[in-house]
Design a protein around this ligand. Structure first.
Ligand code: ACO
Length: 398
């Protein structure tokens, strides 16, 4: 695979002013991949997924259609879509070895992201001659279909409950909610989750996607690339933020306390979770979509207190951040309303990041396939800033 890609690789290098200067901390502004999958317009606050505006993808598509689009760069016809949807659904049953591994992970008390990373590798090829999972396409299907059952089964096992078998008649989002709770979700809830999954499916060369592409560039299998990406997604600067967003909202408690609590967080040098982005200089367009979806969901329920609180916190946080970092333009990011939407669906905070991964895995696998075509090993250089001219002193003389 690596050999095939090598023959096709482009030798063009995009030389940005930062790159000319040498060391670029965090690779900010460096173009390190070409992709047809998504475009992040940071200044305008626009996100394009495979040519479509985010807003159309989020509200019009089913998640299975989005996955098909990322994989093939076109929309499926009706018969083709029915076949694709049932092919994915048929792969929800986990391999025999995965459930015992999840039981052990639950006994060890692993967190859900660690359990997901471990179980994801079990969806890769199991030694030479595992023809069923020999191709990237077969592994990609197994990973996308297998993530919701892994997360739901682990969650139930850790709570001392037995996993529930998947329902192939339900869509990807509805089946996940069903496998968590054992109850078929109402269509509005399943749709709200689907809007979320559509919204976060891909986002340029973010940290986890970059991690997946780096791993894939070594020729490692797709499951290895995906389990590395899960590790990158876990951190609070990336996909680990919505849990802390909810904790922050809970600490604030009521809209009147927003200014005081946020101000003292900033004075202590803490970051306000759900705000700021490396690329966007305006409100993250995904926050816009999820704010609407969360409002629709929560306004249909008995209690809108959390929604009212979130709106006040958002307004106050953006004002305070503008005073705190004048000229930096720190705005609301995707994770702020993710917390609200997923909480409104009854999904617990520890499952926020794994639920993000259930969507983003479709982006990761599509990027890995692109990376195979590119074929070039990621191997940047480092600048040595350590000691010079030392002489070794034997242990006995120290
Ligand atoms: N609260 C307070 N200050 C902030 C925030 C924030 N949310 N975001 C940035 N800043 C400040 C930083 O402290 C920094 O100040 P300094 O220059 O005095 O050190 C300055 O703004 C620039 O911050 P950077 O870390 O350089 O910004 P970067 O672009 O690297 O980071 C990041 C973006 C990590 C998302 C940051 O804004 C952050 O930590 N936000 C809070 C966590 C969060 O919401 N994470 C989810 C991100 S969305 C996603 O990945 C799916």
């Amino acid at each position: 695979m690596l050999e095939r890609g090598r023959a096709r690789r482009s030798t063009e290098v995009s030389v940005t002013p930062e790159l000319k200067a040498g060391y670029v901390p965090g690779l900010a502004g460096v173009v390190a991949a070409r992709t047809r999958l998504s475009h992040v317009g940071g200044e305008a606050g626009r996100l394009i997924i495979a040519g479509f505006p985010l807003e159309e993808i989020a509200y019009e598509a089913t998640f299975e259609e989005v996955v098909f689009l990322l994989r093939t760069d076109r929309l499926p016809g009706r018969a083709e879509f029915a076949e694709w949807r049932s092919r994915l659904a048929a792969q929800r049953a986990l391999p025999a070895a995965t459930l015992p591994a999840l039981r052990s992970a639950a006994t060890l008390g692993l967190d859900p992201m660690a359990a997901l990373a471990m179980a994801a590798t079990s969806l890769g090829p199991r030694g030479a001659g595992d023809e069923a999972l020999e191709t990237d396409a077969a592994q990609a299907d197994a990973l996308i279909a297998g993530f919701p059952p892994i997360v739901a089964a682990f969650w139930r096992l850790r709570a001392g409950r037995e996993p529930i078998s998947p329902r192939p008649d339900l869509g990807h989002a509805a089946n996940y909610l069903y496998m968590l709770s054992g109850e078929i979700p109402d269509p509005a809830q399943a749709r709200a989750l689907e809007v979320y999954l559509n919204t976060v499916v891909d986002h340029g060369l973010n940290a986890s996607t970059f991690a997946a592409r780096v791993i894939a560039s070594t020729g490692a299998d797709l499951a290895a690339a995906v389990s590395g990406a899960i590790g990158a997604l876990k951190g609070p600067a990336h996909g680990g933020a919505p849990g802390p967003v909810l904790a922050m909202l809970q600490e604030i408690g009521t809209p009147e306390r927003a200014r005081r609590v946020l101000q003292s967080r900033l004075e202590r040098g803490e970051r306000l979770m759900g705000f700021g982005h490396r690329v966007y200089r305006v409100r993250d367009p995904r926050a816009e979509v999820l704010a609407t979806a969360a409002a629709d969901l929560l306004q249909a329920g008995p209690d809108t207190a959390l929604l009212d609180l979130a709106r006040e916190v958002e307004k106050t946080a953006v004002e305070l951040l503008a005073e705190h970092k004048p000229g930096r333009r720190i705005e609301t990011n995707v994770e702020f309303y993710t917390a609200l939407l997923l909480q409104g669906l009854g999904i617990e905070a520890e499952l926020f990041s794994p639920t993000f991964a259930i969507s983003r895995v479709a982006g990761w696998v599509a990027h890995v396939m692109e990376q195979r075509e590119e074929g070039r090993l990621f191997r940047p250089r480092s600048e040595y800033v350590g000691a010079q001219g030392r002489r070794w002193v034997p242990l006995a003389e120290r």
